[in-house]
Design a protein around this ligand. Structure first.
Ligand SMILES: [Zn+2]
Length: 305
């Protein structure tokens, strides 16, 4: 006959196994960067950089808490009277003449056209995504097919579901790159999704080999020809990455969620959802300073352009 004690033990084992099944995730390897060359300044980068084409796909609109986008303890945010805000969700397509097609973030798949929260599950999800809208043809796969994009790999800014939700629409085995130490933010029952269910390996961007270019800080030349740079911008999440692309229309800074909104960027207000406020301040300050020193560079925010 089983005792209460052994029943309790069985429950613990079962729950541990379930958490591991949902939470263990893909294995991690280092993304191997090409030789970083002798780059010491932003002037060096500009002098040697190749170009790549850059196109932004808008994959839907989500209604989210204003307090997530902007740190409401900053009194400047008092001008926002609504508790919710509608934000656009992007995937950025890079076409490189030799390396092929890559995405920076993946936007939303077609499931967000069927219900507001799409593939995002869990009892916390309604507090994070309050509503959503996706028109026919806006889902990531439709836009990739329409533009005949053959995705060779994905560089994520970070793993919040609105940035990873397009992964299941990509061919299985598509390499996924992300900042070293970035969490997949899978919390059984509370907040989880299937975005990484078919991903075997994640390739981490390791900024310990990066060049240090002030005021941006640690930067990696992703293709070795200066066309696409990853910038370490932690704070919103651990391992958050922004990107700088030398497009045919000029340089474009993709902040990711280091700043969700233009207003946050122009007013120096960090996201409300920040894992580390002081890191988020530091990252945002670097991006703002760079933008002020280079006013011709177009800045695209995590959820506004
Ligand atoms: Zn985010």
């Amino acid at each position: 006959m089983k005792t209460d004690k052994s029943k309790g033990f069985a429950w613990i084992v079962l729950i541990t196994v379930m958490i591991n099944l949902i939470g263990c995730g893909p294995k991690r390897e280092s993304y191997s960067v090409e030789s970083q060359g002798n780059i010491q300044s932003w002037q060096d980068i500009q002098a040697h950089a190749n170009k790549a084409s850059l196109t932004t796909f808008m994959t839907g609109v989500l209604t989210v808490p204003t307090s997530g986008m902007l740190n409401r303890s900053d009194p400047k945010t008092d001008i926002f009277t609504e508790d919710s805000i509608d934000v656009e969700v992007y995937a950025h397509w890079i076409r490189h003449s030799e390396k092929g097609d890559f995405l920076i973030d993946t936007g939303l798949d077609h499931r967000f056209g069927e219900s507001a929260r799409g593939s995002q599950k869990g009892f916390v999800a309604p507090f994070i995504i309050e509503g959503g809208m996706q028109e026919i043809g806006q889902d990531i796969l439709s836009q990739l097919e329409e533009n005949q994009v053959n995705v060779k790999g994905v560089f994520l800014t970070h793993v919040h579901s609105d940035h990873s939700a397009g992964i299941p629409a990509l061919p299985e085995g598509t390499p996924i790159m992300l900042g070293k130490g970035a969490s997949l933010h899978q919390y059984p029952f509370a907040l989880y999704n299937d975005h990484f269910d078919n991903v075997e390996t994640l390739y981490e961007l390791d900024f310990s080999q990066a060049v240090d270019i002030q005021p941006l800080g640690k930067m990696l030349d992703l293709f070795g020809d200066g066309s696409v740079w990853a910038i370490s911008t932690p704070g919103h999440t651990e391992g958050h990455v922004s990107y700088l692309v030398n497009s045919f229309e000029g340089w474009v800074l993709l902040t990711g969620d280091a700043s969700h909104t233009r207003w946050g960027f122009e007013n120096g207000v960090i996201p409300g959802w920040s894992e580390d406020d002081s890191e988020a301040e530091k990252s945002l300050r670097g991006l703002i300073q760079f933008s002020q020193q280079n006013p011709d560079i177009r800045v695209v925010f995590g959820h506004e352009r």
